[in-house]
Unconditional design. Structure first.
Length: 273
């Protein structure tokens, strides 16, 4: 039965790409993520996309010959993603399912996954895992459908973002400046509200440790402004082009691999073939 509950992201789905994906900041950030996804998945693989949004990552992988099972809690996002896949001629390589990650521990994954061959891996880009207070049930569920040695790549909003803290403190918004220090923060999305948690890489490693081995952690958006401040980049394009180049030199080194807007964490499914 299809879950028809409205979702906060339904209302912002039609303008999400214009506000983030197609902006220079979104392009730079996705370039970093796509390099890792290209290493994780090869032509002929099947990958699970958790929180696909408007489907930019799914289309990128599908263009490379990867079969993608794209899921999202928002029917609005899925509608946009499906439409864009059809326009790109990739509808035969991407299947779409409504899946709220908050329900995974109770109801599991779509039967299309549980009845199929083990997946090459899964990924979750730009924050879906932040909508969960705890990700251990998700890790256990993913381990059932990902083959041993398979990858899980997650891009997560971290617990410390100096750029965000200093910007909002300087502009007189102390609650926003310290929001990442709190748990289950209520965040306005369009006309709706979502609750957000900000796990550290250490916590995420601990939650996935029983079934996934940590491979690496990479910073995403270190000297660049946070996603909600992307409008600053067109005001100083040369400056931010330089800081983006600096990010390339810093992102794999501590503390820059997690002290930022997002960090990307790569896991490998434990076990042998």
């Amino acid at each position: 039965m299809v879950d028809a509950r409205p979702h906060a992201f339904d209302g912002v789905a039609p303008r999400y790409d214009a506000a983030f994906t197609d902006q220079q900041l979104g392009v730079w950030l996705r370039e970093v993520v796509w390099r890792e996804l290209d290493c994780a998945f090869a032509t002929g693989d099947t990958a699970l996309d958790l929180g696909c949004g408007t489907g930019a990552d799914a289309r990128h992988l599908a263009e490379r010959g990867v079969q993608v099972i794209a899921t999202d809690a928002s029917t609005g996002m899925l509608d946009v993603a499906r439409h864009r896949a059809e326009l790109a001629g990739l509808a035969d390589r991407i299947s779409f399912y409504r899946l709220d990650l908050r329900d995974v521990g109770a109801i599991g994954l779509p039967t299309a996954l549980t009845d199929s061959e083990p997946l090459a891996g899964a990924y979750s880009d730009f924050g879906p895992l932040n909508c969960l207070p705890d990700r251990r049930a998700l890790a256990t569920t993913l381990a059932r459908v990902i083959r041993p040695g398979g990858s899980f790549v997650a891009v997560v909003m971290g617990s410390l973002c100096p750029w965000e803290t200093f910007w909002y403190a300087f502009h007189g918004h102390p609650r926003t400046a310290i929001r990442r220090f709190r748990s289950g923060v209520r965040s306005q999305v369009g006309d709706g509200i979502v609750r957000v948690w900000y796990p550290s890489p250490r916590r995420l490693r601990a939650e996935f440790a029983p079934v996934f081995e940590h491979v690496r952690t990479i910073g995403v958006g270190i000297t660049l402004p946070p996603s909600n401040l992307g409008h600053l980049i067109p005001k100083a394009p040369r400056l931010f082009a330089a800081t983006n180049a600096l990010d390339e030199r810093l992102r794999r080194h501590r503390p820059f691999n997690w002290l930022n807007d997002h960090y990307m964490i790569v896991f490998r499914r434990r076990g042998t073939e």
